[in-house]
Design a protein around this ligand. Structure first.
Ligand SMILES: Cc1ncc(COP(=O)(O)O)c(C=O)c1O
Length: 379
């Protein structure tokens, strides 16, 4: 393990690859390197290996079919732009990642459909009353992320999907933050399309998957060869698919004990940080993932804190995108009802496999020191 890993607190952005998954990936890249479309034994061997992985992943997810993609973003795009849909509007939550909200908007414009963003409450939970009201109009697709990447809010997907299906709409969920953290079964959740990204669960970067349930279908959004039944042309990366599946199985194997461990670490950290004037966890009153801690630190610009912590070797993050030096308030925080100024003062600390009490204490001390200094500098 790299010596500085205990200072990494940005597991919601990406995770270090699991060494077993990396080894299996490399072995597959070397042994089963053939092009799955090639008409010879090397191609056939790679194709066989990929189909074994695809079938196992589909079964793990309760899916009918899995399409491998290059990223989670691409899996979301394939669902939003490519899903075969009935007539009607497209509904998404107000706190979707741009990998969902942008293609959803594009699809609606392209097809001449209405596009509606549904509100969430102060804890980041989709307002089911608003969903019910919106579903009065003909609806083609409801897309709600399983858990939010900025503050971890977990959505009642089963209820959302049941309501959407009752009016004949399709359901897509970006499960990029929950895959590997929770067992996901599309039949139980009742969703038609589910997007995953391997690098969020200790798998390799550069591979994602779109899982399809029941009779859900997509049209391709990329055009080229006949790979993956033409639905996602381009030579498949068998090694990365192998790495994705193994990483997912390995994180799931310990998800219960790991979730309990991280929830306990986070509870102590949040309790201690709340001793600091005005500091408050975001969304802590609702169901949320155990490893994401979003902290509002009033009067301290998140970007300044992140820079100072980075200079001390810590990796933490925020939801605000920094454009030309000017931090923009996070859309997610605004959707929770936060004022624009406060929304720029939220940092995200996300825990994972290499997080421990000692590292978190060191982070806490560093945070306390710098936030006091920054507050002293503020006018
Ligand atoms: C909720 C969510 N959706 C989509 C993405 C995009 O995934 P990828 O980086 O694999 O394209 C991310 C990554 O930050 C995410 O957190």
């Amino acid at each position: 393990m790299s010596a500085d890993l205990p200072r990494y607190f940005d597991y919601a952005a990406t995770t270090p690859i699991d060494r077993e998954a990396a080894r299996a990936m490399l072995e597959a890249e070397c042994e089963d390197f053939g092009n799955t479309s090639s008409p010879h034994i090397f191609g056939a061997r790679a194709a066989r290996r990929l189909e074994v992985v695809r079938t196992e992943l589909a079964s793990l997810l309760g899916a009918e079919r899995v399409i491998f993609t290059g990223t989670g973003t691409e899996a979301d795009n394939l669902a939003l732009l490519g899903a075969e849909l009935p007539d009607g509007q497209i509904l998404v939550s107000q706190i979707e990642h741009k990998a969902v909200s942008l293609p959803a908007q594009l699809r609606a414009e392209r097809d001449g459909r209405a596009f509606v963003e549904l509100p969430v409450d102060g804890e980041g939970q989709l307002r089911l009353d608003a969903l019910d009201e919106a579903l009065q109009a003909p609806t083609a697709l409801v897309s709600v992320m399983h858990a939010n990447n900025e503050m971890g809010a977990l959505q009642p997907l089963q209820e959302i999907a049941a309501r959407a299906h009752a009016v004949g709409a399709r359901v897509h969920s970006d499960a990029i933050q929950t895959a590997g953290k929770l067992p996901l079964n599309m039949r139980t959740l009742g969703v038609d399309f589910l997007a995953l990204s391997a690098h969020k669960f200790y798998g390799p970067k550069g591979v994602g998957a779109l899982a399809l349930a029941g009779d859900a279908t997509v049209q391709p959004v990329l055009f080229g060869g006949a790979h993956q039944a033409g639905l996602r042309p381009g030579t498949e990366d068998v090694g990365r698919a192998v790495g994705l599946l193994l990483a997912l199985k390995r994180t799931l194997a310990s998800h219960e004990s790991e979730s309990a461990r991280l929830a306990e670490l986070r509870a102590g950290f949040e309790r201690r940080m709340q001793e600091v004037d005005g500091v408050a966890p975001v969304g802590a009153g609702g169901p949320r993932l155990p490893h994401i801690c979003s902290l509002l630190i009033p009067r301290v610009a998140a970007s300044a804190l992140i820079d100072r912590l980075s200079a001390e070797g810590f990796g933490i993050s925020s939801g605000s995108a920094c454009n030309t030096g000017e931090a923009k308030a996070s859309k997610v925080m605004l959707a929770l009802g936060m004022q624009r100024a406060a929304a720029k003062c939220v940092v995200r600390i996300s825990l994972g496999r290499h997080s421990d009490a000692e590292g978190l204490r060191a982070l806490e001390n560093c945070l306390r020191r710098h936030l006091a200094e920054l507050r002293a500098l503020a006018p």
